[in-house]
Write a protein that binds this ligand. Structure first.
Ligand SMILES: [Zn+2]
Length: 506
C-alpha cells in the first residue's frame, strides 16, 4: 500500500529553461492521483505535454527494488470527455501479456454495478521506448466520462485484497455452518497463524461428516497440536480412499495453497471457485467429498497482498523460495503450513495425496502445471540380466509418469483455459525453495503441483467438455474475467472429482 502520492510537474521548469519556447500550455495538469488503500501501488506521476500524458512509476515491492509489476491506483479531477494517455514506465519485467492482447482494468466508483472492465486493445500499446533507454512501456488512452469528483481506479489485473478474502470466508462459513442444518459435510475455518504484521493466515478444511479433525487448529497462536482421532465420521470409503501405499486404509487429503505471490490475483479467484465447488450440491462435488478431505490455505502472504507488492512479503522476501527450511518467526505461514501437511500425512487414517500451489503466470497465454519429474528409480532387487533391469525400470518410470499425468488429463478435459501441452517438468535449481519442490522432499508419496493460471488466456475458438460431457465453444468474453477465473477453480474441483472416480475403476 502506498501512503503518499507525488505528482511531479516539471512544466514550469521547462518553461523557465526554454526561452525559445513560445507556445504556452493549453491547460494545466489537472488530475489528482492516489493509492492509499489496500493493495494499492503507485510511486510517482509525472505530467507531460500540458497534462495530455501522465508517466506512471510503480512502487517497488517492500525492500525489494527488483520487483515492479503490480499497479493499482486511482485518479479524480478530470473534465468531462477529457482524453489522457497513461504510460507505465518502470516495469521490472520486459516480457508481458500486455503484448498479447491483455489490457489494464478500469472501474468508475460511481458505477459499481459495472465493476471492472478491460480497456479496449486498440487503446493500449506495449512497446520499447528509446526515450526511456529501451525500457518497455505500457501506454493506454482513456477518456473520462464523468465530472471532476468522479473517482476512477486502474489496475494491472482484478484486485483481490486481503479484506475481500476475509469477507468471502465469513460468508462461506455462514452459508455452510448456519444455512443448512442437515449439512452432509463440515467446513471448518481456523487460524493457522498470524503473519509478521499480525494478519490472519486462514485454514479451511472441508470433509464429509462432522467434528474437528485437523491437527493444527490454532497452533500458530501457541496451542499444542491436538493429535487427531482416527477417521470415521461419516462418508463411505471409496476405492480411492482405500488405496494405500502404507498397506492400510487411508483417506486421501487434497491440499491447496495460494497467493504466496501477492500480485498474482487470479490465484485467489481460482481458489474461491474451488471452495465454492467443494461446498456445493453438485454431484461431482458430493463425490469429491466422499473420496477426499480438502484442505485449503487460501492466502499465504496476506502482508504482501495488503501492501500492494507483486512478489514479496513485508520484509522483501520471495516466500516461494523459502519452503525448504522456513523460519517460524520470519515465514510463519510457510512454517505452519508445512507442519500441517506433515501432520496430516503422518496421521493414522489419512495421507496427503495431492498438493497444489496456485499461482498466476504473467507471460504464458494458457494455464498449465509445473510438475516434479519422477525420480530415477533404484532397482536393486531385480534379476541380474541388464535387459530385465532396463525393462523393469521402464515400467516403473511409465507408472510414475502416468500417476503424475492422469490428473492433468482430467484438468485438460474440463478446464477450458488449461493446456496439457503447455505443462512442464521442472527441476530448475533456483526453484528448489518453491512449495512444490520442497514438499516433494518431505512428502515423497504426495503428487505436488504448481498450478499457473494465466493472467490472460488467448483461447478464442477452443472448446471444452462441460460437466455433462458436452463440448461448448470458448468465447473470449467468458474468460479472463473474475467469473472466468472463478469457473477455473470450479473446474479444478471437477477434475479432482473425476480423477478419484477414475481410480475407483482399478
Ligand atoms: Zn507465482
Amino acid at each position: 500500500m502506498t501512503r503518499r502520492y507525488v505528482v511531479q510537474d516539471d512544466s514550469a521548469l521547462t518553461r523557465r529553461k526554454g526561452k525559445s519556447r513560445e507556445r504556452e500550455p493549453k491547460c494545466e495538469p489537472n488530475l489528482l492521483f492516489f493509492s492509499d488503500y489496500e493493495s494499492g501501488n503507485l510511486l510517482r506521476v509525472k505530467p507531460l505535454n500540458d497534462g495530455i500524458e501522465y508517466e506512471i512509476s510503480l512502487r517497488p515491492d517492500t525492500l525489494a527494488d527488483q520487483y515492479r509489476n503490480w499497479f493499482y491506483f486511482s485518479c479524480l479531477g478530470s473534465k468531462p470527455n477529457q482524453r489522457v494517455v497513461f504510460s507505465v514506465v518502470n516495469f521490472s519485467k520486459q516480457r508481458s501479456l500486455y503484448r498479447d492482447k491483455m489490457t489494464p482494468l478500469v472501474r468508475s466508483r460511481s458505477k459499481p454495478h459495472l465493476g471492472w472492465t478491460r480497456l479496449p486493445p486498440r487503446n493500449c500499446f506495449y512497446y520499447k521506448s528509446s526515450r526511456h533507454g529501451g525500457q518497455y512501456l505500457l501506454s493506454f488512452v482513456f477518456t473520462f466520462d464523468g465530472g471532476e469528483n468522479e473517482v476512477y481506479d486502474f489496475a494491472y489485473s482484478f484486485p483481490y485484497p486481503y479484506t475481500k478474502l476475509q469477507k468471502y470466508l465469513d460468508g462461506l462459513q455462514r452459508a455452510c455452518c448456519c444455512g443448512k442444518p442437515d449439512q452432509s459435510f463440515t467446513l471448518e475455518r481456523s487460524l493457522l497463524c498470524r503473519t509478521n504484521q499480525m494478519r490472519r493466515v486462514d485454514l479451511v478444511e472441508i470433509r464429509t461428516g462432522g467434528g474437528s479433525r485437523h491437527p493444527l487448529v490454532h497452533l500458530g497462536s501457541g496451542a499444542k497440536p491436538a493429535r487427531s482421532k482416527r477417521i470415521g465420521a461419516g462418508g463411505s470409503k471409496s476405492a480411492a480412499a482405500a488405496r494405500s501405499s502404507k498397506g492400510r486404509q487411508e483417506r486421501p487429503v487434497v491440499a491447496v495453497t495460494g497467493r504466496v505471490h501477492p500480485g498474482e490475483t487470479p490465484a485467489s479467484f481460482v481458489i474461491q471457485g474451488l471452495l465454492d465447488f467443494c461446498t456445493s450440491d453438485q454431484e461431482d462435488a458430493k463425490h469429491l467429498r466422499q473420496c477426499a478431505d480438502i484442505v485449503v490455505v487460501p492466502m499465504l502472504n496476506p502482508d504482501g497482498v495488503f501492501l500492494g507488492n507483486y512478489r514479496t512479503d513485508s520484509t522483501g522476501v520471495d516466500l516461494n523460495r523459502r519452503w525448504d527450511c522456513p523460519s517460524k518467526e520470519m515465514e510463519p505461514s510457510l512454517y505452519w503450513t508445512k507442519e500441517l501437511l506433515r501432520k496430516i500425512d503422518g496421521e493414522d487414517g489419512r495421507r496427503l495425496d495431492i498438493f497444489i500451489d496456485v499461482h498466476a503466470h504473467s507471460t504464458c497465454k494458457r494455464s498449465f502445471m509445473f510438475c516434479n519429474p519422477p525420480k530415477s528409480l533404484e532397482i536393486s532387487a531385480l534379476g541380474s540380466e541388464p535387459e530385465m533391469r532396463e525393462r523393469e525400470r521402464d515400467y516403473k518410470t511409465m507408472d510414475a509418469l502416468r500417476k503424475v499425468l492422469i490428473f492433468l488429463e482430467f484438468l485438460d478435459m474440463y478446464m477450458l483455459e488449461f493446456s496439457l501441452q503447455t505443462c512442464r517438468w521442472d527441476i530448475d535449481s533456483h526453484k528448489v525453495g518453491s512449495a512444490r519442490r520442497a514438499l516433494e522432499k518431505t512428502l515423497p508419496e504426495t503428487l505436488c503441483y504448481t498450478f499457473e493460471a494465466s493472467f490472460f488466456h488467448d483461447i478464442a475458438g477452443f472448446s471444452q467438455a462441460d460437466a455433462s460431457g458436452q463440448h461448448e465453444q470458448a468465447t473470449q468474453g467468458a474468460v479472463n474475467t473474475e467469473k472466468g477465473y472463478i469457473r477455473m477453480g470450479e473446474q479444478l474441483g471437477r477434475a479432482l472429482s473425476h480423477y478419484y472416480r477414475s481410480l475407483e475403476r482399478f
